[in-house]
Design a protein around this ligand. Sequence first.
Ligand code: NAP
Length: 149
Amino acid sequence: MGELARLQQDGKVEHVGLSNVNVAQIRIAQGILPVVSVQNKCHVFMQRSLRDDVVGYCARSQIAFLAHSPVGGHGRQKRLGESKLLLELARRTDATPWQVALAWLLHQGNHIIPIPGASRPESITSSLQACGVHLSREDLAALDGLQDW
Ligand SMILES: NC(=O)c1ccc[n+]([C@@H]2O[C@H](COP(=O)([O-])OP(=O)(O)OC[C@H]3O[C@@H](n4cnc5c(N)ncnc54)[C@H](OP(=O)(O)O)[C@@H]3O)[C@@H](O)[C@H]2O)c1
């Protein structure tokens, strides 16, 4: 962080973000330089960043939260299509299980930016359409209750 602060002072770095951190680590970094973003793994089956208050802390501190591996992570994304709850919500909202998973993330706060990876254009188009998937309070509560992998 000290080196990054020096690079920032030299004008070589504009903004600094952190990845895979907890609240204590964000606080330490903030003691050295301004933190603009945090990028942690976060999806319906990996909700640690919500439960340990990283997402909440970022909201209160005006830090963007970039949810990495938002549809399960490369190579594990197929597992979302096997979830009974996601399949049921997808059927009800006329969406796919992956879109429901992204919509759940987007419902967690305006500072959440899911960053799905894709090798196919169809995946990108589909992910963009997740912005239009509405989930009810009950749907969100059911998804909140999923156990982490
Ligand atoms: N900071 C870190 O430590 C860290 C760690 C891991 C990942 N990341 C970052 O997180 C981002 C995403 O990670 P990731 O690619 O591993 O995980 P991911 O986004 O959860 O999964 C990507 C896979 O899901 C599929 N997919 C994406 N959108 C979909 C959709 N709407 N419907 C159906 N399938 C969909 C893609 O399929 P196709 O390939 O068939 O299109 C791709 O193979 C990347 O930018 C990566 O660099 C950061």
